[in-house]
Design a protein around this ligand. Structure first.
Ligand code: SF4
Ligand code: SF4
Length: 184
């Protein structure tokens, strides 16, 4: 039902960029829709898509993206690989990241060295960024630029944005037609 044809998605998502931008503009300036309401709406739209897509048939994020690391990720990698923290840093971590990223480093190879075929060899110990991807929420309203780029990589993002495109007019029309607060 939801295609994971990565070549087709990579070709189609850029063609939808203008439509995504207009949608984001509509959401961004809809003052009647709070961040929490918008996140709840996005989660409701994304839930059946996430349930329908088998990430082990895709793994495109593991092949395509940098994985930024938090301090807590390093002990988990140490445990997963049965090696000392210092060795984790030497073998797997590129510490050359911008300080404003808030990361202690990123995994030093791409595609990810922990990818085995389509599966993660350290799934139970994977970094937090891998757990949180594709970062649809929280803060959907403020993540829109990254999501436009992500739509060409991740079928979950692509189908979620497309499903939202079908709903955005109804959502923003409804919230803007809500009755005004009574004036004093
Ligand atoms: S650690 Fe696992 S989930 Fe994260 S990018 Fe690598 S293979 Fe994918
Ligand atoms: S999160 Fe997106 S890019 Fe990553 S494996 Fe799942 S569908 Fe593919």
């Amino acid at each position: 039902m939801y295609s994971i044809d990565l070549a087709a998605i990579a070709a189609d998502a850029p063609a939808r960029r203008d439509a995504y931008e207009v949608m984001f503009y509509q959401f961004q300036y809809d003052d009647d829709l709070t961040d929490e309401q918008l996140d709840a709406l996005v989660n409701a739209v994304a839930a059946p898509i996430i349930a329908a897509i088998d990430c082990t048939q895709c793994a495109n994020c593991c092949r395509s993206l940098d994985v930024y690391l938090e301090a807590d990720d390093l002990p988990r990698l140490s445990q997963a690989c049965h090696i000392h923290l210092d060795e984790v840093r030497v073998r797997f971590v590129d510490e050359d990241v911008l300080p404003e990223s808030g990361a202690v480093g990123k995994l030093n190879v791409k595609p990810c060295g922990f990818l085995d075929g389509q599966r993660c060899r350290i799934y139970a110990h994977r970094p937090q960024a891998c757990r949180d991807y594709p970062f649809l929420t929280p803060d959907f309203r403020w993540s829109m630029e990254q999501l436009v780029a992500g739509a060409a990589i991740c079928p979950i993002i692509y189908h979620t944005l497309n499903a939202l495109l079908e709903k955005v007019d109804a959502i923003t029309a409804r919230s803007s037609s809500a009755p005004d607060e009574p004036q004093p």
